[in-house]
Design a protein around this ligand. Structure first.
Ligand SMILES: [Fe+2]
Length: 181
């Protein structure tokens, strides 16, 4: 599968946003593969991780995030489930779920309802090992702070997770344990 070709269907190859998305997606893919190789006992599908990690943020272009040159109308949080819709239309339903489930450490139906988030009320939680690895790897890279392929320190990510609640930090810490054994 040529993931960059799929992305190019929606992006101008010369745009800053495309370049930014590719740098970010490649950094996340590289980290996700490194993690997958460390845990052969959990049998992650590395080929699938390579494809899905490249595509996980495909929908950002229609969100509203001017710092990243995204001038769409949708709140940024929508990029996950809308990315799912694009990839389902591309005939990639399994990759599509990675899009929907990769935001933060995942979002539950309950949170969506309680916080009145502007996304459909259903569980958007990473379930498969591949979904969890990509979600985890994604947190190590910013899309706004240069250099985009520089890893964020784990303690810094932990602090940020905590701002979303103790249970979010707990999930992150559980994944750290799982992926470093
Ligand atoms: Fe990402």
């Amino acid at each position: 599968m040529d993931t960059e070709k799929i992305i190019q269907k929606f992006y101008d190859k010369e745009s800053r946003l495309y370049k930014l998305l590719i740098i970010h997606s490649k950094a996340v893919t590289k980290k996700a593969i490194e993690i997958a190789k460390r845990i052969p006992h959990l049998h992650p599908d590395i080929k699938f991780i390579e494809e899905a990690a490249m595509l996980h943020d495909i929908w950002i272009f229609l969100t509203h995030y001017p710092k990243m040159d995204c001038f769409g109308n949708n709140p940024y949080i929508c990029h996950g489930y809308l990315g799912r819709e694009i990839l389902e239309k591309e005939g990639l339903p399994k990759h599509a779920l990675v899009c929907e489930r990769h935001t933060g450490t995942g979002i539950s139906r309950e949170e969506i309802m309680t916080d009145k988030l502007p996304i459909p009320a259903r569980d958007m939680l990473p379930i498969s090992i591949e979904e969890q690895i990509i979600c985890y790897a994604d947190m190590f890279f910013s899309k706004i702070i240069e250099p985009l392929d520089k890893e964020i320190e784990r303690e810094e990510i932990r602090k940020e997770r905590l701002t979303f609640g103790k249970e979010k930090l707990y999930i992150f810490d559980q994944w750290t344990k799982k992926f470093w054994k």
